[in-house]
Design a binder for this molecule. Structure first.
Ligand SMILES: [Fe+2]
Length: 203
């Protein structure tokens, strides 16, 4: 699914899910989302009002991005800017919605859906000495590449969903200020259909 189409679903309080299911040999961990990840990992989180509103806010950011780049006349600059904005959004989404940790009175908790749909990675995320865990910084998350084929070695901690929501506000402001136009190179890649989906939306 092209990136803008996905974010626009969030904007409309809809959540598209995959219909494939992992094989029993890969019960614990799968790099690509499947219906278990989507239904067991994502959907229960949507019952939290603050979390759900954060997803809607992400959707609004995608619309803001489409508007911003539609105003750039030079095609090379338009594609470069959009590629960087999508990369920044994807990284932030990854380190929060998919792999976020939250501080709680009883210690760290996982809220990221990529963690919630892997019983092995939940324990790894909380207890393993091989994981770096830091309070989230927006400037770090948007410039941090990641790999999808193994347990995550670096995770970021938010204080609350209100905190997370405020970070998405700041992400949008930074987008408007041009601070997402030149993020660090590296994963994730942005493909043609992702770019086209944003450009079509901005017309
Ligand atoms: Fe996911």
């Amino acid at each position: 699914m092209p990136a803008f189409v996905f974010f626009d679903c969030l904007h409309n309080r809809e959540f598209p899910t995959t219909i494939t299911i992992r094989s029993s040999a890969k019960l614990d961990y799968l790099p690509e989302p499947d219906i278990f990840h989507d239904i067991a990992g994502h959907v229960p989180m949507h019952t939290d009002r603050h979390f759900a509103d954060t997803l809607v806010r992400f959707g609004e950011c995608a619309h803001t991005a489409a508007d911003i780049v539609s105003g750039i006349r030079d095609e090379t600059e338009r594609i470069h800017t959009l590629t960087n904005i999508i990369k920044a959004m994807a990284r932030f989404f990854w380190f929060t919605i998919e792999f976020g940790l939250m501080r709680s009175p009883n210690g760290l908790r996982v809220y990221g859906s990529g963690l919630l749909s892997s019983y092995g990675e939940i324990e790894h995320a909380i207890d393993s000495p091989n994981v770096q865990r830091y309070p989230i910084q927006l400037e770090w998350a948007i410039n941090q590449a990641f790999e999808i084929h193994h347990y995550q070695p670096l995770l970021f901690i938010v204080d609350s969903f209100d905190h997370l929501f405020s970070l998405v506000d700041r992400l949008e402001q930074w987008m408007k200020d041009g601070k997402l136009n030149h993020v660090a190179p590296g994963e994730p890649g942005v493909n043609e259909s992702d770019l086209k989906s944003f450009l079509d939306a901005g017309r």
